[in-house]
Each structure stands twice: as structure tokens, then as C-alpha cells.
Design a protein around this ligand. Structure first.
Ligand code: PEP
Ligand code: MN
Length: 342
């Protein structure tokens, strides 16, 4: 349920509504716009309805939220869009974010070299995994805390905020020391205790769509983070499983406009994991940018053929600046500016 206050409703009237909603055990989420304040009431609908808030002082109207996800729904934001601030860099709105880096952190030199190259080309954020979700338990699992230290050094040297994956709650504190954005991998999208703790941490999250998840399931997963009072959630389309075997996953481009219709949260596209093949990364990136995505997360490596993981899909760092120019042209079509380094 959303309680839309009248323009000019007083602080006292707003507080009185909040108190009444909380008195029946529902939670409140306040969004204070320039003109009106909207109070989201999350809890038993019947209990809130019985309060008959339509008649309360300062209330304009009470609107039910029909979707199963509430805080993630566009309705909750009244058609407004979330813009997330990551150390002064805006994700969403008129900006287009480029999140680039290796699949996994391999060594100090490799990490610093890639971070410098993508920073110089104008990337917005640096990505790199220290904890890797690998299909095989025998494959390289990531450098763990050592990898996190390398990411911290890359951040100190380049000023680029860090995006890195958290797989296991036992690593939360260590990841929080370094990550400006916590990545929740596709395989963890429905790890609800992980989502809740990331929500409680208050750290911005990049939530990847599960391999076989519907958009509604993705938005319900986002709701787990949002319900803890953490509004900084980016949704990420990274390809889904279909019957097609010519490429690794099928990038669901329709998810971009449809997620934007259903939700106010920014939408990031990962062409690398969708394709599994380098040659498809540019066309998919162009399509995603032109379709209105708020950014791209892409894997790059100085010697892709020698990469420890996902080399086949990594763009060579030598081609990254050119790639950025091409993506900027496509983002222009959608009226979004790719932020360049100062
Ligand atoms: C990754 O970003 O390195 C990754 C493993 O992605 P996903 O969870 O989408 O497979
Ligand atoms: Mn990868």
C-alpha cells in the first residue's frame, strides 16, 4: 500500500501517518520527493486498510501496490527512477556506466595493469572476482582475501570504485572492506539469507539474474535487499538458459525495457557471460546501450588466451578504448552519457 501525501503536508501529519501504519505492525518506507512525500506501507494489507488513512490529515490518496514485489516496483517510486551514487559516480538516470575488469583477480600486476587501462579509457567502475562461483569444484576458485587486497590497491591507485562478488556470508566483512558494490552472482540470486545480509550491510548491490530465473523472480530477489532499507540495488541481465546451444546463454534484451517498466531500479547488462564468446560482446553491448540499459559490465584481459577463467569472452585490453567509443555512440542513441574519467 502506498500513502501519497498532499503537496504541503506537514512533518507532523506525515509522522502521524507513519505512527499509525507502524501501530498495526507494518513497516514504512518513506520517499520524500520535491513536492510530495509517499509512504510505503509494507505488511498485512487488511490491517493497513482498516486504518482508513484516506481520511487522515494531509493524505491525498491511498494506492494499493498490485505486484508481489513492492519496494522494487515502479509504482512505489511513482514513476521516478532510482539513481545510485557510487563514490560520486551516478548509476541510472541520464548516465551510462561502464564496469570493466578481469573475470578473476589473478595477480597484483595483472590487476593494477587492467585497472589503469580501463580507468584511462574512461570506465566508471572496476570489476574483478576474488571469490569465483565455478561450475567445477576442481577449477580455480579465486584468490580470496589476497585478491581483495589487490583490488584495494587497484582502487587506491586508480580511484576506481570496486565491484566484487560475495558468495558466502562468512566473507561479508572482508568484502565490505573493499567493495563499493557487492556483486551477487547469478547462482546466488536466490540465496535469500545472503540477500538479506547484503541488504542489512547497506552497501550498493549488483544483483545478477539467475540462469533460469524470470524477471519476477529477479525482482523478488531485489525485494529481499530493499526490504532491509538498502535502496541501492542494480539489476543485471546476464543471459538465460534457453534451448539454443550455439552460444553460452541467450541475452534477454527484452528484459531491459520490461524491467524498466516494472521497476525503478537501474538495469545493467553483462554481454560477456551471456555470450561466452568475445566476438559477440560488441554487438550485444551496442544493442544493450541502444535499448536503454543504464550500463554494461564487461570482462577484459591483457592476454585473454592466458586468462585463468573466461578468457574466451574477455576483450583484449588493447581494444578497450575503441570499444568504449563504440558503446558511447550507442548510448547516445538512448540519450545517455558514458561517464569519462576526470
Ligand atoms: C562473473 O561476473 O564473473 C560471473 C561469474 O557472473 P555470473 O554470476 O553472471 O555467471
Ligand atoms: Mn567471468
Amino acid at each position: 500500500m502506498m500513502i501519497v501525501m498532499k503537496p504541503g503536508a506537514t512533518g507532523k501529519e506525515i509522522q502521524a501517518v507513519i505512527d499509525r501504519v507502524q501501530s498495526v505492525g507494518a513497516r514504512t518506507h518513506i520517499s520524500a520527493g520535491d513536492e510530495v512525500t509517499v509512504i510505503g506501507a509494507i505488511g498485512d494489507r487488511e490491517h493497513v486498510a482498516r486504518l482508513e488513512l484516506e481520511g487522515a490529515a494531509g493524505v491525498d490518496r491511498v494506492v494499493p501496490i498490485l505486484k508481489p514485489y513492492k519496494l522494487a516496483s515502479s509504482q512505489f517510486r511513482h514513476g521516478g527512477r532510482s539513481v545510485i551514487d557510487i563514490a560520486g559516480r551516478k548509476i541510472g538516470g541520464g548516465s551510462f556506466a561502464m564496469i570493466a575488469g578481469p573475470c578473476t583477480v589473478e595477480s597484483r600486476e595483472q590487476t593494477l595493469e587492467i585497472a589503469r587501462i580501463v580507468r584511462d579509457a574512461g570506465a566508471t567502475l572496476f570489476r574483478g572476482g576474488a571469490y569465483k562461483p565455478r561450475t567445477s569444484p576442481y577449477a580455480f576458485q579465486g584468490l580470496g582475501q589476497e585478491g581483495l587486497r589487490m583490488l584495494a590497491e587497484a582502487k587506491a591507485q586508480t580511484g576506481l570504485p570496486i565491484v566484487t562478488e560475495l558468495m558466502d556470508l562468512r566473507d561479508l566483512d572482508a568484502v565490505l572492506e573493499v567493495a563499493d558494490v557487492i556483486q551477487i552472482g547469478a547462482r546466488s540470486m536466490q540465496n535469500y539469507s545472503l540477500l538479506t545480509e547484503v541488504g542489512r550491510s547497506g552497501r550498493p548491490a549488483l544483483l545478477k539474474r539467475g540462469l533460469s530465473s524470470t524477471l519476477e523472480e529477479l525482482l523478488m530477489a531485489a525485494e529481499y535487499i530493499l526490504k532491509e532499507g538498502n535502496g541501492a540495488v542494480m539489476l543485471c541481465e546476464r543471459g538465460i538458459r534457453t534451448f539454443e546451444t550455439a552460444y553460452r546463454f541467450t541475452l534477454d534484451l527484452m528484459a531491459i525495457p520490461v524491467l524498466k517498466e516494472l521497476s525503478h531500479l537501474p538495469v545493467i547488462v553483462d554481454p560477456s557471460h551471456a555470450a561466452g564468446r568475445r566476438d559477440l560482446v560488441l554487438p550485444l553491448s551496442l544493442a544493450a546501450a541502444a535499448a536503454g540499459a543504464d550500463g554494461i559490465i564487461v570482462e577484459v584481459h591483457p592476454q585473454p588466451e592466458e586468462a585463468i577463467c573466461d578468457g574466451a569472452q574477455a576483450l583484449p585490453t588493447s581494444e578497450f578504448a575503441d570499444y568504449m567509443d563504440r558503446v558511447q555512440a550507442a548510448a547516445d542513441v538512448a540519450g545517455k552519457a558514458l561517464r569519462t574519467a576526470a
